[in-house]
Design a protein. Structure first.
Length: 342
């Protein structure tokens, strides 16, 4: 799946294009980032690209020289959405974002099945050989391409087996080079140009590289705005929350961020108002009966009305709203829910 691409234009005019194929892609000068920018004014881990169905967002990771969108410097550790054609500036380098369709990249189907073409080639009879001297047809069978070894001779060497798995060839992890390992820079200068050692260390870098990037990006997993969607239930469990999958992803992220404050106001009018605002996007009207009235009955004294006015009432899930009220109201109180158009 491609979420778009980033065109990197350096000060000398050189241009590099990188496809955005992962949910999180680090940008910086380090050798193990997904979007490398070879600029001395760019931090090793300068920024982070967050890709998802809602679009692509850029997060400045507290860089020294900052990340600029147009003439504005982006605030650190805050996601900023990117529009198609947006131009970012990191040091002296420009990064242009080009939005993608967000659909899986599928190769076009060939007009002829490869296996059938190979089969037809294999069974096609060879053309008869013509003798160059008299022009007569040579009816002798063609010699085999791989003749068997003579009796007593050693067997031919076996062809090297390709590194494959049940799903096909093993792909190189993102950010890991394919020619020589970057671990050579940690070796003594005597071995820094050794070709064999550079290829040998690729074995360890392909295993340790993804682990190192996960550890480096660990703080982002604890941020509700930047953690991957599949980590949201785990992050919510730290706060004692059970996320309702019927909530939109953006609302669930906001709920996790506000959970600590909401716990302080649970069972109060303020807590219920804020909880409903997080889900619906509008501030509800909560009407309680005045206990000072002489005509208030026992039922009215412990009952309130929740009134929601939204542009499209059909877009709200009434069952979810009732579940929110049941969990946030006092246990002894009843309520009436009214949903109307604004």
């Amino acid at each position: 799946m491609s979420f778009g691409r980033i065109e990197i234009k350096y000060a000398d005019g050189k241009t590099v294009t990188i496809e955005l194929t992962k949910r999180q892609m680090a940008v910086g000068r380090a050798s193990d980032v997904e979007v490398p920018v070879n600029d001395g004014q760019v931090s090793r881990r300068h920024a982070l690209l967050l890709c998802g169905p809602e679009g692509v967002r850029i997060v400045d990771a507290g860089s020294v020289n900052g990340t600029f969108l147009g003439q504005s410097r982006l605030p650190a550790q805050q996601p900023v959405p990117l529009t198609d054609g947006a131009v970012l500036r990191l040091g002296t380098t420009q990064l242009k974002f080009l939005a993608g369709a967000g659909e899986p990249d599928e190769a076009p189907l060939p007009s002829v099945r490869p296996d059938r073409a190979e089969h037809e080639t294999a069974i096609k009879p060879p053309a008869p050989a013509v003798s160059p001297s008299v022009g007569a047809t040579d009816t002798r069978p063609p010699a085999p391409a791989n003749p068997p070894p003579a009796f007593g001779s050693p067997p031919p060497p076996a062809a090297p087996a390709a590194e494959t798995s049940a799903a096909g060839p093993r792909p190189t992890p993102p950010g890991v080079p394919t020619d020589r390992s970057t671990y050579l820079k940690f070796r003594p200068a005597l071995y820094s140009a050794d070709d064999f050692l550079g290829r040998f260390l690729l074995i360890f870098e392909s295993i340790l590289g993804p682990i190192e990037r996960t550890v480096d990006n660990l703080p982002f997993y604890f941020d509700a705005q930047m953690t991957p969607p599949e980590v949201l239930p785990w992050l919510a469990s730290w706060l004692g929350l059970v996320l309702d999958e019927r909530w939109p992803e953006a609302r669930r992220r906001e709920l996790i961020r506000a959970a600590v404050e909401l716990y302080q106001w649970r069972g109060t009018r303020r807590g219920l108002t804020e909880f409903l605002r997080l889900y619906t996007g509008v501030t509800p009207d909560i009407i309680e009966s005045d206990p000072r009235r002489q005509t208030v009955t026992a039922d009215e004294a412990f009952r309130f009305v929740v009134r929601l006015r939204v542009p499209n009432p059909a877009s709200l899930d009434r069952a979810v709203i009732e579940a929110i009220i049941d969990s946030e109201k006092p246990a002894h109180a009843g309520y009436t829910l009214e949903i109307g158009s604004s």
